[in-house]
Write a new protein. Structure first.
Length: 365
């Protein structure tokens, strides 16, 4: 989504936007400081021919003032591929900035916080993918975009939470390796009617006399009948939501509509009224008229939706925030752009391998 405020360099105009849109407003001096910082960033952007991409999970003061475009991983991947600016500042986490660099090798891509990683991306390595390919030769590898470039390079195609099922169904193969999000794999399996096998769990549970993993009847695990072969990676935020959270919310607010991100467990997704990517959840809230909404995802997104839609009532479950996304601040972004620091670099061989997987994802939709 295009953000008109991103062109503003007048601190007073940005102050008015923050005053109107922030649910939890800081003190007036702090609010004015944030408005002044945002104005400086927007001016610096114009001087350096830079574009700022902001994920839906960014903290509200940043989200509403400096990104030229906001959106989900898929939307921002498309914006990155279309970018004409010399510099791309990615207000998100490292794998997102890497994706921007994958499709823009000649542009400068900056990440405002050097340590803004991702627990899910760190759950799997390129070597893990190579071992899966050795164990299941000939099977296509679908990799969630929430992974690092070297993992994407070992894959056939990437996907996001919004197009995962579509990507899986597009492949001419009865069985697919789907990595690394365990819950997303289970939710895709449920949506597409496929079975899912997790080799890591099988290895721990069933070990034959020769030490080889076995299925329940003693056959090798590799021979198990499964349409999807998954991995045990999880998002540190979404794995924390429980069915009991949904049930308690409904007891206290009977008319609330519950929306769950597909990185939540299948049990939570089943309990919810709607499941989809961050953009799907935003569209749902903006285009329906419920008494209230409960979003089972990073809390900042709920704050950002309320800021843009003051007529909507969103219940907040903010005891779980992403420790990685929350490293990105206005102050970090200013220093990042002013000093041209924390540039994303990817080895060309890795980038080219990852580019094929990303481009296939973008072609599918």
């Amino acid at each position: 989504m295009m953000n008109d405020a991103a062109t503003l360099t007048d601190p007073d105009a940005l102050y008015d936007i923050l005053e109107e849109r922030l649910e939890d407003r800081p003190s007036d001096p702090e609010l004015r400081n944030k408005a002044e910082m945002a104005a400086e960033i927007n001016a610096l952007k114009q001087e350096q021919n830079a574009v700022i991409l902001g994920h839906n999970y960014m903290e509200p003061a940043l989200f509403h003032t400096i990104p030229d475009y906001t959106g989900s991983s898929l939307e921002l991947s498309r914006r990155a591929a279309e970018a004409e600016a010399d510099t791309i500042v990615f207000c998100g986490v490292r794998f997102m900035a890497e994706t921007a660099k994958i499709v823009n090798p000649d542009k400068t891509v900056l990440l405002p916080a050097e340590e803004a990683g991702c627990s899910l991306a760190e759950s799997i390595t390129a070597e893990d993918v190579r071992r899966l390919r050795e164990r299941y030769p000939g099977l296509p590898v679908v990799t969630y975009v929430n992974t690092y470039a070297d993992v994407k390079a070992e894959s056939d195609v990437c996907c996001t939470s919004s197009n995962a099922a579509q990507v899986v169904e597009s492949l001419d193969s009865d069985t697919v390796i789907f990595i690394p999000d365990e819950f997303l794999a289970q939710n895709v399996a449920q949506e597409t009617g496929k079975d899912v096998l997790f080799p890591q769990k099988r290895e721990r549970k069933d070990v034959g006399g020769d030490g080889a993993p076995t299925s329940g009847d003693g056959a090798p695990a590799e021979a198990a009948d499964a349409d999807l072969i998954g991995w045990e990676g999880r998002c540190v935020v979404h794995e924390m939501f429980q069915v009991e959270d949904v049930q308690q919310a409904r007891e206290e607010h009977p008319d609330t509509v519950v929306l769950a991100h597909p990185e939540c467990s299948p049990e939570v997704v089943e309990e919810a009224d709607h499941s989809g990517s961050t953009s799907s959840m935003i569209d749902y809230v903006e285009n329906t008229d419920a008494e209230s909404y409960l979003l089972l995802t990073e809390c900042s997104m709920g704050d950002n939706i309320m800021g843009a839609n003051p007529d909507k009532n969103l219940l907040r479950m903010c005891w779980q925030r992403c420790p990685h996304m929350n490293q990105i601040t206005l102050e970090d972004t200013y220093r990042n752009l002013a000093n041209n620091q924390y540039q994303i670099e990817i080895e060309e061989e890795v980038r080219l391998g990852a580019l094929e997987a990303v481009e296939r994802m973008l072609e599918i939709g």
